[in-house]
Design a protein around this ligand. Structure first.
Ligand SMILES: [Zn+2]
Length: 294
């Protein structure tokens, strides 16, 4: 196993006191104290549950690395949140032929907290997707996918870590309507994720007053928002919202290591290098290449 090749993007976020809180919804954290909450994230697994022909990657190696990070963080008094930017399905026959069951069971064992729904989750009939939701012991999140006028998935989930309330919203590219299997998505609507994010953030602030809001997205990262023929991605999402409405976007879909150099330029990133995430309109944007790799 080549640990360096595996890697998940890792970001330690210090959550500082200072968020406005109404009296009837007082925060459980203490002022003037920092809390270390480490977000571990992967995206675009695409059936890579076992090692490839080069002996790289695979979920057993990913589990080892996540366990190590978890132990280190927890020993230092911090907490971990493990998120996926979606597209668990499609890419390796051994996974495809089993409807990605090994991948979802592996994610359970690694301890994922939530995932964004990716376009490739619609490569199979909807009853397969429903089965996958059952297999997973973590939520599939998508605020902008509807069937018969109702959301197919929970729009968000709220986590509490050391008294810090963290809301995670799921968003999926509206390109899924074009690139998903038409046989399976005829009855499914993919609405504008930017609009849904705005609505859900307002709802979260009104009803839950979270300290941190993260979007787990499957929309793609395009430098400076130049999305070409693709639907707008994470950069335009961050710019569309009020500054800092989202603390972080954990993305997927474009399968880039989102490591920046200068303004709106991708760095020539190699595994093991330091990675500087993108920051747009007060929102930190991360994405960890693909397959559990960086
Ligand atoms: Zn995708």
């Amino acid at each position: 196993m080549k640990k360096r090749n595996l890697a998940l993007s890792l970001l330690a976020t210090s959550v500082l006191a200072g968020c406005a809180a109404s009296n009837n919804n007082a925060p459980a954290w203490e002022h003037d104290k920092s809390y270390d909450i480490t977000i571990i994230h992967t995206n675009d697994n695409h059936g890579n549950f076992w090692q490839n022909g080069n002996g790289e990657l695979g979920m057993a190696a990913r589990a080892t690395l996540v366990k190590q990070i978890r132990e280190e963080v927890e020993k230092a008094g911090g907490s971990v949140l493990l998120l996926s930017g979606g597209d668990i399905n499609t890419g390796v026959p051994e996974s495809d032929l089993q409807d990605a069951e090994p991948d979802f069971l592996g994610m359970n064992m690694i301890g994922y907290d939530a995932m964004a729904v990716g376009n490739h989750e619609f490569d199979n009939p909807l009853d397969v997707l429903a089965k996958q939701v059952e297999w997973a012991n973590f939520p599939f999140l998508a605020a902008n996918i509807y069937q018969d006028g109702k959301r197919m998935f929970a729009p968000y989930k709220i986590f509490e870590k050391q008294g810090v309330k963290i809301a995670v919203i799921g968003l999926t590219t509206e390109d899924t309507a074009k690139i998903g299997n038409p046989e399976f998505i005829a009855q499914v609507d993919f609405t504008d994720p930017k609009e849904e994010a705005k609505k859900v953030i307002a709802e979260l602030k009104r009803d839950h007053n979270p300290d941190v809001i993260i979007a787990a997205t499957h929309m793609g990262h395009y430098a400076d928002g130049n999305h070409g023929s693709n639907a707008p991605g994470d950069v335009l999402l961050a710019r569309y919202l009020n500054e800092g409405d989202l603390d972080m976007i954990v993305g997927g879909h474009s399968q880039e290591p989102v490591c920046m150099e200068g303004e709106n330029q991708y760095a020539d990133f190699k595994p093991g290098d330091e990675c500087k995430p993108d920051v747009q309109n007060g929102t930190t944007i991360v994405q960890a290449h693909e397959w559990g790799n960086t």
